[in-house]
Design a protein around this ligand. Structure first.
Ligand code: SF4
Length: 244
């Protein structure tokens, strides 16, 4: 171990931190500029998608941090999965428009018509199947678009405790899941997707958003959603728990 000089002065530079966040935001926003029309992810919480499209807001510091790490890990994962030399940024691009469903979608990969999706999670505990709901909602969109009753989900858990016998602390670990559903349920999901897309399109056209369902709770609240004041979600707006 080397001895550090006693004169070493360490000063946390908050303005440099903010500049780094701003640079990262600029890069992320530039990268997502050409996303027009309705995308698969808009159907997960269509009410938020409505406001994001009508009143685009700059990304918060929190969003910048989360999106940046997620995006970088994504590209690294896909480059490793497809045996690329170094990092291939193109592996994370391109989407397909489904005429019948009326939106574009972009699964992370597709092997023999079976779509796959990578998610990253900072969770510190092993996830149960019920924790995978939001990931599965998204994967099911790709399965429905591909008309595949099979799908693959990989979750990179970045802070999972080391398994017994592998030392202390945490390290990033993959969890991989093979997903299947019945043909009848896949058809129902497609119908549901079309209905949600039509509802969102109608709201975007008329400006009447109240028919759109409320978003999932963890996305909502004054400090969580930049549209809280415009949206005034019933049963939440004005309620102390959601106003924090
Ligand atoms: S305030 Fe809540 S319900 Fe309204 S758009 Fe934001 S997250 Fe969705």
């Amino acid at each position: 171990m080397l001895t550090l000089p006693r004169s070493l002065d360490i000063h946390r530079n908050r303005s440099a931190e903010q500049k780094l966040v701003d640079k990262t935001r600029e890069w992320l926003e530039r990268d997502s500029k050409d996303r027009t029309g309705i995308h698969a992810s808009d159907l997960l919480d269509p009410r938020k998608a409505y406001f994001d499209k009508k009143f685009p807001q700059p990304m918060t510091n929190r969003m910048v941090g989360l999106f940046f790490v997620g995006k970088v890990l994504h590209v690294f994962f896909l480059s490793a999965l497809f045996n690329k030399k170094g990092v291939d940024w193109k592996s994370d691009g391109g989407s397909t428009f489904d005429k019948d469903l009326g939106f574009s979608y972009s699964p992370d990969w597709d092997k023999d018509g079976v779509p796959g999706e990578l998610k990253t999670s900072r969770g510190k505990y092993e996830q149960s199947n019920s924790d995978l709901g939001l990931y599965l909602e998204q994967l099911m969109i790709y399965m429905a678009a591909k008309k595949s009753v099979k799908g693959r989900l990989v979750v990179l858990m970045t802070s999972l405790p080391a398994p017994r016998g592998e030392g202390w602390g945490t390290y990033p670990q993959y969890r991989a899941y093979d997903i299947t559903c019945s043909t009848a349920d896949l058809t129902k999901y497609r119908t549901n997707l079309k209905a949600t897309r039509l509802l969102l399109e109608k709201a975007l056209k008329t400006g009447k958003f109240t028919d759109l369902p409320l978003c999932r709770p963890f996305k909502c609240g004054r400090s969580q959603c930049p549209h809280f004041e415009r949206c005034q979600p019933p049963t939440r707006f004005g309620v102390p728990k959601w106003e924090r």
